[in-house]
Ligand binder design. Structure first.
Ligand SMILES: C[S@@+](CC[C@H](N)C(=O)[O-])C[C@H]1O[C@@H](n2cnc3c(N)ncnc32)[C@H](O)[C@@H]1O
Length: 270
């Protein structure tokens, strides 16, 4: 049974990285008339209540989204800021939009959204919060489900993989999953998130992903501060990474601007 719940971390610095990137990517993709498919393997819930005791407990939102808004890290025209503005209007100032809400914001009625989530409680929230005739939510293993779906209709589309890395073999298994996925669906625009931790568990995974030689692929990382000399586990997280493949024109520039906005923003003193 998986125990991870993203509500404890909603609005943290890595969230700002992945969610600003997702918003920029979907704005670029939806800027073209042709419909698209959006597939997310690890959807979490739609919206996160930052007043909830779980969110308050870690203080990660205080260090992330609350400071970002107070200190204007992003210009108001940034696609992520536009999602935040709408979220605050419809759900209140202390609500944070997850990836599923960001996808719903940018996708149009002809686009298809497939959201997979394994945690029974998270799926209930997701189904209550994210609804639409073009949205399909399933409680299943996102890795198996994306391979069963690919290539989807419409064929043009985005896969977002945002694992909680609770299972030790996930780093080792991911390159094989991505290889299969890209063989089945070579035009998929892929974005895979990974944490930067002092033990660098992502390193071998990124090396194997790079060796797949997928067109227009690369890693985009941001360090929120220097790697801590002591500390282990998620508490020692010091940065956030994205492996991107088949990146659309303009996305690399957008990722560079996002990394510049978030670099060295950690308040942690190690
Ligand atoms: C990092 S959170 C997702 C956050 C979400 N993508 C967002 O940005 O708002 C990871 C989620 O994946 C779920 N999960 C873990 N393993 C999974 C799997 N194999 N298939 C589907 N969901 C999984 C967890 O229950 C958790 O809700």
């Amino acid at each position: 049974m998986l125990s991870y719940q993203h509500i404890y971390h909603a609005g943290c610095l890595p969230d700002l990285h992945k969610h600003a990137a997702l918003a920029a990517l979907l704005e670029l993709m939806a800027g073209k008339e042709k419909p698209l498919s959006f597939i997310e393997t690890h959807a979490g819930r739609g919206y996160y209540d930052l007043n909830a005791p779980e969110a308050q407990k870690t203080g990660e939102a205080a260090q992330g989204i609350h400071r970002m808004l107070k200190e204007n890290w992003f210009p108001p025209s940034h696609p992520f800021m536009r999602v935040l503005e709408q979220t605050h209007k419809t759900h209140g100032k202390n609500t944070y939009p997850g990836s599923a809400a960001i996808a719903q914001f940018f996708c149009r009625p002809d686009d298809k959204i497939h959201l997979m989530e394994l945690h029974p409680g998270e799926v209930i929230h997701l189904r209550q919060q994210i609804m639409g005739t073009n949205i399909r939510i399933t409680r299943e293993d996102g890795y198996k489900a994306v391979l069963a779906l690919a290539p989807p209709h419409p064929r043009r589309g985005v896969v977002f993989i945002d694992p909680s890395y609770e299972i030790k073999t996930e780093y080792a298994d991911l390159p094989g999953i991505v290889e299969k996925l890209m063989r089945q669906w070579p035009v998929a625009v892929l974005m895979l998130w990974y944490p930067l931790l002092p033990a660098r568990p992502h390193e071998a995974m990124v090396k194997a992903l790079t060796a797949l030689n997928i067109p227009k692929s690369g890693t985009f990382e941001v360090e929120f501060g220097p790697p801590p000399e002591t500390g282990a586990g998620w508490k020692a997280l010091y940065g956030s990474g994205l492996f991107v493949a088949n990146a659309p024109y303009g996305f690399e520039t957008a990722l560079g601007a996002i990394a510049a906005a978030l670099k060295d923003k950690s308040l942690k003193k190690e």
